[in-house]
Design a protein around this ligand. Structure first.
Ligand code: CMP
Length: 140
């Protein structure tokens, strides 16, 4: 399988509970390398643009409010099949359905406050990575 990059976000529920290090340890333990990382607070405009594909969904406004409610850590993960690998280790969107040992099963509070985001395809990964990181900030 090819080496890929994917975008990961540690969400406000995770930074609020000081879980950055513990979640990063799970990601690294899964064979993913953090090749870029920064902590920031999303503005409403940035959260709306990032989640543009969900604009018509009923949960869109709540999602934007939640994602701007505190700091996030955005990161680029690199590894063999990184997009799928990261989604495996994150677990299902709803923590109630997430498998044991996954980040969402261990740490998520709800379907909204579900601790992590990960790109769902290589195509979206490229778009999402460039949303936050110029190439010079990604160091493999
Ligand atoms: P994420 O991978 O960041 O992409 C969209 C987010 O919307 C998703 O994770 C969830 O945290 C959030 N969300 C909130 N409510 C729902 C819902 N009912 N169905 C799917 N996603 C939801």
């Amino acid at each position: 399988m090819a080496v890929e990059r994917t975008l990961s976000i540690l969400k406000p529920d995770a930074t609020r509970r000081n879980l950055t290090g513990r979640i990063n340890a799970v990601l690294e333990g899964a064979g993913l390398r953090i090749v870029a990382q920064k902590r920031l607070r999303l503005t409403t405009a940035a959260a709306e643009a990032f989640y543009e594909v969900h604009r018509e969904r009923g949960f869109f406004r709540d999602l934007v409010t939640f994602m701007t409610s505190g700091p996030v850590v955005v990161q680029v993960l690199e590894g063999e099949g990184a997009v799928a690998r990261n989604r495996e280790v994150m677990g299902a969107t709803n923590p109630a359905n997430a498998a044991p040992g996954t980040i969402r099963r261990e740490f998520a509070e709800s379907i909204e406050a579900n601790s992590v985001h990960g790109s769902d395809s290589a195509e979206n990964a490229a778009r999402e990575i460039s949303f936050f990181f110029p190439e010079i900030e990604i160091v493999g």
